[in-house]
Design a protein around this ligand. Structure first.
Ligand code: GTP
Ligand code: SPV
Ligand code: MN
Length: 597
């Protein structure tokens, strides 16, 4: 391979400049070929960055262990660096671009000494689609390269596209010392640039993912009048062959991947539904000339949560991750296969845990707590094309039309199983007031309820007050905006058990959502929105305890009024910038609740 396979001056100048800063021993351009991938794998295995798994049982699969304090996104070290602080908003950590570059430069300085610098041209979205964006990631991590080769369209074709359009997102990454005290994930939306240093974890280091496709893309999308969202995209094929597409935003580790790949439940089999996965994490959506909303998934792979994945919850994923998959922070079994809490089969007798320590069934730590085999945020990286549910429209430059937008989160008590917003503006309010209990996907206190508007709190690359305004404007531009819904698979009974079985059974709720979109059923008007008549949720073949559905659909105005206090506090953080329409919706909801109290 030629040393510099491009004549694009912007690109070569930038690569040279970054090389002068990081001082790598060598520079290698990623062409995306199978041979290059194999070569990198061999090198990574001999450098002990990867472990080759049992190739008979798991062909093309490898295992990686991160540093112990590098297992999830570090939101407190993630910054939006705009000239004006107000443009980043109260929802983001802010640093001035000058201060941020200076601080990071000191860490990047000579960080790649003794290492190879890889240059990865990549396309988010099908190469050549007018909706796709080109990025180039520079990294000193082979693990990052191999992940990017799955998660994006990386290599030669993306480079040729870059040369045609001559602009790209500059993404610089170095593991440096993998020191959490010298870790920064910096976004410079005004320079179309990302600098990430000191972490090797997915969302911190695979810069095409959250950094480009959400933080930078959301900033661009506002200017170009489209939406970059933390949403899955799925197609629901009806027995007559017609496919309806929905997009759904749930916070990290709240069920996007599982829903996007759903296998219809036994009880609904006779109805003949089939699910097609377009994406499990990110949606780029725009209004087309027909006045409706269309979506593409910018990614080419899944970076999915391992813990809890099994053939009961997500059989399609179990098929998907049997080959060409990178596993991160799971248990290594004696036979060279892997395991995690909630995986298929018996708990293994022994193995090497995600920390690289010997592990035995039932082993307890010094405090008497079970030692986890896999980290709760352990993940696998696998091509979407591996999935039996991969949609035939993934590569289509135009994407898919969206009939419904679904918001959701983890709420033990408050939110009902499903409800529908009265209209687009109310739907934006529903999204803007979302909250969820914290999961292991980000560092912090598990279980704590935090407001997470549109599941975008950690990912919106600018002031969320402007983002809400942008959402409101998008609705006005559509002749037929999708209907907006809210779901909660996580409501619990008094004893702390989930009231709803979730997973495959969620199709029953999607069925109601589509029926509403197609005006097939009416609904109950409540203070918070339209709720289903219990008889309109098809429970055929589902053994739901007596009264459970009623509990799942219950609304307690008192609890909602309490919730509004948190919303009020959150909205006030945006001061005068918050769109008036959201305060209007707030007042209207508050009044409706008081009448019903
Ligand atoms: P990110 O990749 O972090 O954005 O997460 P995600 O939104 O794709 O979440 P994912 O589908 O990986 O699910 C995360 C966790 O939620 C897993 O542990 C699942 O077992 C659990 N989960 C998913 N769907 C359901 C459901 O319907 N009910 C219940 N109770 N748990 C679920
Ligand atoms: C999430 O945390 O929402 C993920 C994983 O999808 S990460 O790539 O780390 O962001
Ligand atoms: Mn995610």
């Amino acid at each position: 391979m030629k040393k510099f396979p491009t004549h694009n001056k912007k690109l070569t100048d930038w690569v040279n400049k970054m090389a002068r800063l990081c001082k790598p021993d060598d520079i290698v351009w990623i062409d995306g070929s199978e041979e290059q991938k194999k070569q990198l794998e061999i090198e990574a295995i001999s450098a002990q960055e990867l472990i080759l798994l049992n190739q008979e049982k798991l062909p093309g699969c490898v295992l990686h262990r991160t540093a112990l304090d590098d297992v999830a996104r570090t939101e407190h070290l993630t910054y939006i660096c705009t000239k004006k602080k107000r443009d980043a908003g109260p929802n983001n950590n802010w640093m001035s671009p000058a201060a941020a570059y200076k601080k990071a430069k000191a860490i990047f300085d000579k960080a790649m000494r003794g290492r190879t610098m890889y240059v990865i041209p990549f396309s988010m979205g099908p190469v050549g689609s007018p909706f796709s964006k080109i990025g180039v990631e520079i990294t000193d991590s082979r693990y990052v390269v191999l992940n990017m080769m799955i998660m994006t369209r990386a290599g030669e074709a993306a480079l040729r596209q870059l040369e045609k359009q001559d602009h790209f997102t500059k993404c610089l990454h170095s593991k440096a010392e993998l020191d959490i005290n010298k870790r920064l994930i910096l976004h410079f939306p005004e320079d179309n640039t990302i600098w990430s240093v000191g972490s090797g974890y997915g969302g911190n280091a695979l810069l095409g993912k959250k950094c480009l496709s959400l933080r930078i893309a959301s900033f661009i999308a506002r200017k170009e009048r489209w939406l970059a969202e933390h949403m899955l995209i799925m197609g629901i094929e009806e027995p007559n062959g017609h496919i309806e597409y929905i997009a759904a935003a749930f916070p990290s580790a709240c069920g996007k991947t599982n829903l996007a790949m759903l296998l219809p439940p036994e009880g609904l089999k006779v109805k003949g539904y089939r699910i097609w996965t377009v994406g499990d994490d990110i949606a780029w959506m725009r209004v087309d000339s027909d006045g409706t909303l269309w979506a593409v998934n910018p990614e080419a792979g899944f970076f999915g949560v391992a813990v809890g994945t099994n053939s009961q919850a997500n059989p399609n994923m179990i098929e998907t991750i049997k080959k060409n998959t990178i596993y991160t922070n799971v248990l290594l079994k004696k036979d060279g296969t892997v395991w995690w809490e909630g995986a298929d089969g018996d708990v293994p007798e022994e193995g090497i845990d995600w920390r690289g320590e010997p592990w035995k069934k039932g082993i307890l730590d010094a405090k008497g707590k079970p030692v986890s085999a896999a980290h709760p945020n352990s993940r696998f990286t696998t091509p979407i094309a591996n999935s039996p549910t991969a949609s035939f429209r993934i590569e289509q430059h135009h994407g898919v039309p969206i009939s419904a937008i679904v918001f959701g989160g983890r709420r033990q008590h408050l939110a009902p199983l499903v409800y529908e917003a009265f209209n687009w503006q109310h739907g934006v309010f529903v999204g803007a007031t979302m909250a969820s209990e914290r999961t292991a996907a980000q560092v912090g206190q598990l279980g704590e309820v935090r407001r997470d508007p549109m599941a975008m709190l950690p990912f919106c690359g600018y002031n969320m007050a402007y983002y809400f305004k942008h959402w409101l404007d998008m609705g006005k531009r559509m002749a037929k905006p999708p209907k907006i819904f809210h779901v909660n698979w996580f409501r619990m009974d008094e004893s702390g058990k989930f009231l709803w079985p979730g997973f495959r059974e969620n199709l029953r709720v999607l069925e109601w959502i589509l029926d509403r979109c197609n005006n097939k059923v009416d609904a109950v008007r409540t203070p918070i929105g339209y709720l289903p008549h219990p008889s309109d949720i098809d429970l055929t073949g589902l053994d739901l305890p007596q009264g459970a559905l009623e509990k799942l659909l219950q609304i307690r105005p008192k609890d909602w009024l309490e919730e509004l206090k948190g919303v009020n506090k959150f909205f006030k953080e945006f001061k005068k910038c918050l769109p008036k329409e959201l305060w209007d919706e707030y007042e209207k909801l508050s009044n409706r609740l008081k009448v019903n109290e």
